[in-house]
Design a protein around this ligand. Structure first.
Ligand SMILES: Nc1nc2c(c(=O)[nH]1)N[C@@H](CN(C=O)c1ccc(C(=O)N[C@@H](CCC(=O)O)C(=O)O)cc1)CN2
Length: 286
């Protein structure tokens, strides 16, 4: 029987535990603070940001959005980040991606103070991750690791294959899996004979943005399949990068879309906001 890796249920359980932690922190005078910068009117980004605030409200994190027009200059955006870097009530800062074309994503992400970089995209935190030092990790890969842990899925010694090499998912996930002693293969759009690689996977992670591209013949029997995709198919239905109907019966465990990795991304963000705020309790914040 295939196990459905239920991200919504797992996220809810993690957030219940986190609520207790936040309550204790507040009693000691520290309310975790999360600042989200939303540039432009991308409808999907607006929904993700709203869901982040809903989750934060529910567990007692103080969160707020700074909405900026799509025409904002890079200089104005950087000035806002500098202000938040200096705000002692803000523990975590994130800039919702994607950004409009006139703004350099690298310049913006590098401007966030590494100790407030709750998305883990700053080069200092990326470096810490790849050298297996403590630091903040990108929310989606961190959430995936939490999901595997919740379902007690072993990682050490397993063949992990990642399809997709983005900075948000594929690359940080590779580092986390390596740090957890998996044997990691990264594949991408230029990989020759992709299926030859995916068929070797004990753990298969797919983050390509190509609807239902992973089919039954590309998956080893009994593999654990984690689908990071969120796409619309020709009929307008929300689907992942994995053809769920075909692949699920062949897998030992699989994430659904929606309700798999997505809710874990937001849970991971909350967990890391609280971790950053703990530094304030210990007196080590900037
Ligand atoms: N600064 C960042 N920008 C972006 C990130 C990120 O981690 N940091 N990730 C994505 C968007 N994202 C969070 O920001 C995100 C996307 C989707 C979900 C989610 O819960 N999806 C639901 C389905 C939602 C729907 O019905 O449309 C699910 O999978 O169940 C959460 C977070 C890009 N930008």
């Amino acid at each position: 029987m295939t196990t459905i890796l239920d991200g919504k249920k797992t996220a809810d359980a993690l957030m219940t535990a986190l609520t207790e932690t936040v309550t204790e922190m507040k009693a000691r005078g520290v309310t975790p603070g999360l600042a989200v910068i939303l540039v432009g009117e991308d409808p999907a980004s607006a929904i993700y940001v709203r869901n982040k605030h809903r989750r934060a409200d529910k567990i007692g994190i103080r969160s707020f959005t700074i909405a900026m027009p799509a025409t904002v200059s890079e200089a104005d955006l950087l000035a806002k980040i500098a202000e938040l870097n200096d705000d002692p009530d803000v523990d975590g800062i994130l800039v919702q991606l994607p950004l409009p074309a006139q703004i350099s994503e690298a310049a913006v992400l590098n401007a966030i103070a590494p100790e407030k970089d709750v998305d883990g995209f700053h080069p200092v935190n990326v470096g810490r991750l790849w050298t297996n030092e403590p630091g903040v990790v990108a929310s989606t890969p961190f959430g995936i690791m939490q999901l595997l842990k919740a379902y007690q899925i072993p990682v050490a010694g397993k063949n992990a294959v990642i399809v997709g090499r983005s900075n948000i998912v594929g690359r940080p996930l590779a580092a986390l899996l390596l740090n957890a002693s998996a044997t990691v293969t990264m594949t991408h759009s230029q990989t020759a004979d992709l299926a030859a690689h995916t068929r070797q996977a004990d753990l298969l992670f797919v983050a390509t943005g190509r609807p239902e591209m992973i089919t039954e013949d590309m998956v080893k029997a009994g593999a654990v399949v984690v689908d990071v995709g969120m796409d619309r198919n020709a009929a307008g239905k929300l689907v992942g990068d994995v053809n769920f109907a075909e692949v699920a019966p062949r897998a030992s465990a699989i994430t659904p879309v929606p309700g798999g990795v997505g809710p874990m991304t937001i849970a991971a963000l909350m967990m890391q906001t609280v971790e950053l705020a703990k530094r304030r309790l210990n007196g080590s914040a900037k």
